[in-house]
Design a protein around this ligand. Sequence first.
Ligand code: NDP
Length: 479
Amino acid sequence: MTDTFFGHVIDGEEVPSVDGATFDVWNPWTQEVFAQAAEGGPEDAARAVASSRKAFDEGPWPRLGRVERAAAVHRLADLMEARSDELATLDTTNMGKPFAQAKHDVGRSVQNFRFFADHQRDHTGETYPMDSGHHTYSEYGPVGVVAAISPWNFPLMMASWKVAPAIAWGNTCVVKPSEDTPASVTVLGRLAVEAGFPPGVINVLNGHGTPAGSSLTADDRVDRVTFTGSSATGKVVMASAAGHLAPVSLELGGKGANVVFEDADLDNAVRWTVEAIFRNSGQVCLAGSRLFVASAIYDEFMERFVAAAEALTVGDPFDPATKFASLASKRHFDKVTSYVDGVGADGGTVVTGGAADDGTWLVRPTIITDLPRTAPAYCEEIFGPVCVVNRFDSEDEAVGLANDTRYGLNAMLFTENLSRAHRVASRLRAGTVWVNCFFIRDLRTPFGGVGDSGVGREGGNFSKEFFTEPKAVVMQINR
Ligand code: NDP
């Protein structure tokens, strides 16, 4: 139980892998290994699932009253809140995001637990009076064991987004964080033990996608699989879960369109455009990586946008002044730079940014123009601080450009014209459309994507649908 070794948390105990295997845990800013984590193999995955299965089939958790379960989940949230500095420090150390953003993410993670604790308590079933002299009511019971596989870009927050609704609705769960960021999720598992959760309700399995993650998705004792990551891996996860008919919820990649009309409030549009593509160094599935600007304001907007991008304070993520830091891993740095390196050959112009060229894994806020729509940097998810800009001359053209992608997670639009805002929001093919803002989220609303951006929605009643088995009970009423 240290911050230099992150074991699996299985059945209420932190344990090494059965074969003792470990892997390095990196600090991407200092480029140093700061800890070791247990390298989960098939045997560890099987142990974790068996423990969660037993906790579901025989343990008290699914049988607790709603109020009692809500109280337990709030106890975990209390502990997370009390340890928010430690959790944020681990996410910044392990992933490289600025500390203030990591603190914000921990706050949102705590909120996820609190929201779903209350939501399951307050949202019970429906009744359906019938003319035939019967009535039917619905019940929402837990489904069983949930496998939650989470990515490295918001290590704690993305895991909490899955674990919180899963356990709040009475399920047990095995969460596998990304191999790049095991730290904060392991501490979450430790805190569940400290909060007095029955063994197996939250198990943490560390390790690589294969074999740790793939062993979970293939295990027929798993009843639901919730995954956030790349579209390519999402397909593999779905095929694996299909082997035992486990429903999946997939939140996958994005190539978000950001459309700025000529009647936009430019100060507001620039502020959110910077946030949309450079927050978390662009390592956000929701990033506004394709920017479309009305020709009438293109020059003025670009002047302001480029200036704002260049003004971001870049540096050590623990320095309170820092707004923008390095990428999360060497592998990811190489991926992002390979896209930027290809821009010139594809006919594009790098207006500002590019790799820092100082040995760090830093890619500066990067803005690209003149790219053809077939270029990889234009149409593929880069998942970095790289914004590709185009201009448009009409609303129809803007909608056509924005929808010209196989992704459909989210889009942003900026206009002061109310009718245009509604009209365009409705025409954009995306799971979420933000008008004159970005990243604002109400946990009751549906979240997810269309096309290659995913399958299913989570949030509020949408999470309830996924993490429960609805049952209809039909009653005869004798008259
Ligand atoms: P992956 O999709 O490969 O990984 C996401 C998670 O799935 C990780 O926990 C990973 O483990 C796990 N995983 C990988 N393979 C399997 C498998 N066969 N079965 C079960 N679980 C598996 O994303 P990467 O982290 O490699 O990032 C690659 C790209 O994916 C990024 O550049 C970005 O484009 C996109 N991405 C999108 C995210 C989003 O928020 N939508 C988040 C992260 C990435 P491990 O890390 O150990 O391989």
